[in-house]
Design a binder for this molecule. Structure first.
Ligand code: G3H
Ligand code: 13P
Ligand code: ZN
Length: 325
């Protein structure tokens, strides 16, 4: 497979998107996908709600879907959006890249934005690795997200039992020395469907907006990213548990907290788990209601429809990105 620039695929980097999101007080949704139905739902949901979009691919997703196929899927997604009469900017972003080589490979195969997640390394090593990726990415007009602070939960192959909040006193040096375009921070979100261990009747703790505010003061106007930001939508958990699933104690970030974050310097909000739950809840219900069904279109189709609904609701009522493209 030869090299290709994202520009030839009709994709955009995140620079302009983040500038507008910062000025407009909303956040761009970054939806993860692994297969065709998820990609279709994301394109339909964002085109219909006229929201700028970051299509997000983890290294696991890249292995799962095949990297060559992915390139053409992204290209097809842009064409599908145009066929629908849309004109939304779409970025193709590597989620949690862990090496320079992986980031380079994605850039060379048409990604318009990459994350280099050096958050598990010591500060100086994180700077060195991030800077190396930035130098290559910027030579191709590709934008880069870095990370400071560690989220609890699983970040691809790396898992952490506890979170380490971002230290505000480190952000300025990190941003200046690396040249990154955006920064993922840890203020109490975490990956997956089990974000907090709560006793009966206890509510999840609020996000650490005090840390966010301190960071915003130190690097005013700089785009901040929130990972692990699914709400773990309770209706989906109920449906999953009702139809044979077992997801007790699954809990996420409340929509109110996310609305507050979206109005701040948080310009990108990552959502993977909520999409997985929408699909799983719908498929479980179809299987329970129609046990004789074996045509994948009859359960993946409704799952796709539900995902479109979820995405439109996020864009319109939580992130505020609807109508901004
Ligand atoms: O942050 C992790 C994302 O949810 C991607 O998950 O590595 O299982 O594809 P994955
Ligand atoms: P969730 O697991 O909360 O959806 O977070 C996804 C994410 O941060 C992808 O990088
Ligand atoms: Zn993440």
């Amino acid at each position: 497979m030869g090299d290709v620039s994202y520009k030839d695929l009709g994709l955009s980097n995140t620079k302009e998107m983040f500038k507008k999101a910062m000025d407009g007080g909303y956040a761009i949704p970054a939806y993860n996908f692994n297969n065709m139905e998820q990609l279709q739902a994301i394109i339909i949901g964002c085109t219909e709600s006229k929201s700028p979009l970051i299509l997000q691919v983890s290294s696991g997703a890249r292995k799962y879907a095949n990297q060559t196929l992915l390139r053409y899927m992204a290209m097809g997604a842009v064409e599908m959006m145009k066929d629908m009469g849309g004109s939304i900017p779409i970025a193709l972003h590597l989620d949690h890249g862990d090496t320079f080589e992986l980031c380079k490979s994605c850039i060379d195969s048409g990604f318009s934005s990459v994350m280099i997640d050096g958050s598990h390394h010591p500060f100086d090593k994180n700077i060195e690795l991030t800077k190396q990726v930035v130098e290559y990415a910027h030579s191709k007009d590709v934008t880069v997200e870095g990370e400071l602070g560690v989220l609890a939960g699983i970040e691809d192959d790396v898992s952490s039992e506890v979170s380490h909040y971002t230290k505000p006193e480190e952000v300025e040096e990190f941003v200046n020395k690396t040249g990154v375009d955006s920064l993922a921070i840890s203020i109490g979100t975490s990956h997956g469907a089990y974000k907090f261990k709560l006793s009966d009747g206890e509510s999840p703790p609020p996000l650490r907006f005090d840390i966010l505010e301190d960071i915003e003061k130190r690097i005013a106007g700089f785009p901040i990213v929130l990972h692990g930001a699914s709400s773990v939508i309770p209706e989906y958990i109920e449906t999953i548990n009702k139809f044979g699933g077992k997801m007790d104690n699954a809990v996420g970030i409340s929509e109110d907290q996310l609305r507050k974050a979206a109005r701040s310097a948080v310009c990108k909000i990552n959502i993977d788990s909520d999409g997985r739950l929408a699909v799983t809840a719908t498929i479980r219900k179809v299987f329970a209601d129609k046990p004789g069904e074996f045509d994948p279109r009859k359960y993946l189709g409704p799952a796709r429809e539900e995902l479109v609904k979820m995405i439109k609701n996020k864009n319109e009522n939580v992130l505020g990105s609807a109508g901004k493209a």
